[in-house]
Structure formats: structure tokens, C-alpha cells
Write a protein that binds this ligand. Structure first.
Ligand code: GLA
Length: 396
């Protein structure tokens, strides 16, 4: 007998009466972050040089340049927006953000969503006012402003315990703090994506979902160098089993377009993040990008790999001296396959599709080239440039 699952209710076809007694389908709220969140965040490019006008300009650019149509949604303000609390403890933005509600309305009018940043400790990483002890009040304030996403960055909380090597105590404090904000966010009734940032201490992939995180940082901060990007990306090996719709590993935001890497290296960055089903949060100035940067960020086929509805994270298949093959299962039985040449010279890369579990020949598409390569049992990529990638979409 066929049953239809709706949240915790199961509708068996017992007739009209049973169906009428069951709660309406709308009772189950839609899942937050059913695919990895996509958007933009102020930190990597602007750091503390972020203000209302700059955020509006990023939203304008995202709505106009094709990124919104490619799936980018969140415009996230990172650290340094915070002002003081008033006599009743309510947080206010500083002078850079004169009216947060008006800013949210503006971003929403562009078909986008607004994100904000805080810390469970007394101070944020940049030394601004944190939410510790004001969780309920702050969640209410964010909801009243129309905030859709919160990055909650550990920083000052539990630092003394970490410094003293008392990691167990530190973790317990953190978990309690993350749960406090989870409950405060839920109590607002507003869907707010909850992003945990604590740099990967004590394996947050094992507990981030249970404290309400829709995503959790798995590492320390990225920077705009090939070496750091690769170190972080490859460090995700083995974590694929912890990601699923609603709960994602977060290897940090994108550096694509910030100028420290070559275009080929940014394609490697984007390909690896897509295979990892990583959140895609652009970290560049969207108002000043080159067409090449936009073509990397807004490549619909690459984004589709990241956003595949099956919600499976990819993982390492093979690694040999800077040559790596990674694969991500896709809905419909296909796979995205990245052939990465992370070495400093040109190299050949091969993949036998049988090694990925395919029986017989498969349809192969070169994603960055936008070209179907036909049916094959194995693929030989000749002379992949140093730090480059060939990204394939393979369909049985
Ligand atoms: C930490 C985070 C960064 C950024 C800064 C802001 O370093 O990991 O992503 O949010 O704080 O101060």
C-alpha cells in the first residue's frame, strides 16, 4: 500500500475522513537550506569597510547580473555592523547601518534575502557587541528587521577554556550557547537559516545538526591564495556522510574574483566547492567583477552540481601527488567528477568510469567547456594545466 509521508504524519489512503482529520500540508514548514545556501557575504572582500550603501549595491548587482537567476539569494552582512545596546538591552546597528529594517525591505524588494552576523560570546571576532546573554532579545530584533540568515561565530566564547586545553568544557559551553540561539530563532516563527562558525573544533559535523545548525564551518578562515583554498578543500575528504538536505558542511566562503588567484585556479575553487555541496557564498565585490569572474560564479551547470536535489556531498576517489579525482553522486544516478591537477606542471588525468561504479559506457559532458563528449567507458584528460580542473557530468 502506498503511503504519503508529510513531516511526522503518515497519510494512509484510508478514505476522505482520515485525510480531512490529518493536518493541512502547510503545517510542516518548508525545510530551510534544503540545498546548500547560496549568496554573498561581506567579509572576504570588505571586512570592516561595509555599510548600508555597499550592501544595497551588492544586492542591485546580484539581481541584475544573472547571479540571482543562477540561484544566489542571501546578501549576508558579516561582522562590524553592531552598535550599542540601549537601556533595555536591545541591540542597535552602528552608524554604518542607519536603518536595518529599511535595508532588509530593500534587499527583499530585489527578490533576495538578508543575512546578519553575531557571536554567542560577549564580543564578536572583530570586537563588536555579541549576543551572549541576549539571545532571545537579539533573535526577536533580527526577526523584526526581516533577517533571513544568521552566521553565529564563536570567537570570544569559551576562549579561556580552549587556551587552557579544557576542550570538553569548551565544547559543552558552545553546544549550550548554540542551542540557546537555535531556540530563540525558532521562537520568532521566522525561517532564519542558522550558520554555525567555530572553525571545525571538535568535529561539528557530528553535532552541528543536532544543535540546529543548517551549516557549520569545518575549518579556520579561508584566504585568497591557491595554497589555502586547496588545503581547506582537500581537508573535506571523508566528511561527505555528514551532509544532507538542511545540514551542510561549510568549508568557508568563496574567494572567486578577489584577485589573489588566476581564473583557472578560481575554476578549481568553484568546482571543488560544487563537488563538496558547499554553501556558495561569493566573497568578492559584485559591483566590480570581470565577465570572467561572473562566468565562474554564475555558471549554471556548475551551480546545478552544487545544488543537486539529492543533497549528497562528494568525496575523494583517488589522490596521487597533486593529481586528485573527486566525485559527487547526483540525482538520477549520475555523478559529477572533478579531475584536479593541483601540481605545478601540466599533467594527464584519467578516469575509468567502472571505478566510480558505472557498468558500461556513460554519457560524459565537460561542464566548463559546455560540451557533450559522447558515450565512453573511460576518459583521458590530456595536459590539464597546473592548478586546473576538468569537471565532468557523467550520466548512465
Ligand atoms: C571569523 C570568521 C570569519 C569572519 C570574521 C569576522 O574569523 O571565521 O568568517 O566572520 O570572524 O570578524
Amino acid at each position: 500500500m502506498k503511503t504519503i509521508r508529510k513531516g511526522r504524519w503518515t497519510l494512509a489512503p484510508l478514505g476522505l475522513a482520515a485525510a480531512l482529520l490529518a493536518p493541512a500540508a502547510s503545517a510542516a514548514p518548508p525545510m530551510l537550506a534544503a540545498t546548500p545556501p547560496m549568496g554573498w557575504n561581506s567579509w572576504n572582500h570588505f571586512a570592516d569597510k561595509i555599510d548600508d550603501a555597499t550592501v544595497r549595491a551588492q544586492a542591485d548587482a546580484m539581481a541584475a547580473n544573472g547571479m540571482r537567476d543562477a540561484g544566489y539569494r542571501y546578501i549576508n552582512i558579516d561582522d562590524t555592523w553592531e552598535g550599542q545596546r540601549d537601556a533595555s538591552g536591545v541591540i542597535h546597528p552602528n552608524a554604518k547601518f542607519p536603518d536595518m529594517k529599511a535595508l532588509a525591505d530593500y534587499v527583499h524588494s530585489k527578490g533576495l534575502k538578508l543575512g546578519i552576523y553575531s557571536s554567542p560570546g560577549p564580543k564578536t571576532c572583530a570586537g563588536y557587541e555579541g549576543s551572549g546573554g541576549h539571545e532571545v532579545q537579539d533573535a526577536q530584533t533580527y526577526a523584526a528587521w526581516g533577517i533571513d540568515y544568521l552566521k553565529y561565530d564563536l570567537c570570544s566564547l569559551a576562549q579561556p577554556m580552549i587556551a587552557a586545553g579544557n576542550l570538553e568544557k569548551a565544547q559543552a559551553i558552545e553546544v549550550a550557547a548554540y542551542e540557546k540561539m537555535r531556540d530563540a530563532l525558532r521562537a520568532t516563527g521566522r525561517p532564519i537559516v542558522y550558520s554555525l562558525c567555530q572553525y571545525g573544533f571538535y568535529q561539528p559535523w557530528r553535532w552541528g545538526g543536532s544543535v540546529g545548525g543548517n551549516l557549520w564551518r569545518t575549518t579556520g578562515d579561508i584566504n585568497d591564495t591557491f595554497a589555502r583554498m586547496v588545503q581547506i578543500g582537500l581537508g573535506q575528504a571523508g566528511l561527505s556522510k555528514y551532509a544532507k538536505p538542511g545540514n551542510w558542511n561549510d568549508p568557508d566562503m568563496l574567494e572567486v574574483g578577489n584577485g589573489g588567484m588566476k581564473a583557472a585556479e578560481y575554476r578549481t575553487h568553484m568546482s571543488l566547492w560544487a563537488i563538496l555541496a558547499a554553501p556558495l557564498l561569493a566573497g568578492n565585490d559584485l559591483t566590480k567583477m570581470t565577465p570572467e569572474t561572473l562566468s565562474i560564479l554564475a555558471n549554471k551547470e556548475v551551480v546545478a552540481i552544487d545544488q543537486d536535489p539529492a543533497g549528497r556531498q562528494g568525496d575523494r576517489v583517488r589522490a596521487e601527488g597533486g593529481l586528485e579525482v573527486w566525485a559527487k553522486p547526483l540525482s538520477g544516478g549520475g555523478k559529477a567528477v572533478g579531475l584536479f591537477n593541483l601540481s605545478d606542471q601540466r599533467a594527464n588525468l584519467d578516469i575509468d568510469f567502472a571505478a566510480l561504479g558505472f557498468k558500461g559506457p556513460v554519457n560524459v559532458r565537460d561542464v566548463w567547456a559546455g560540451k557533450d563528449l559522447g558515450r565512453m567507458k573511460a576518459y583521458h584528460a590530456a595536459a590539464v594545466i597546473e592548478h586546473g580542473v576538468v569537471l565532468l557530468r557523467v550520466t548512465p
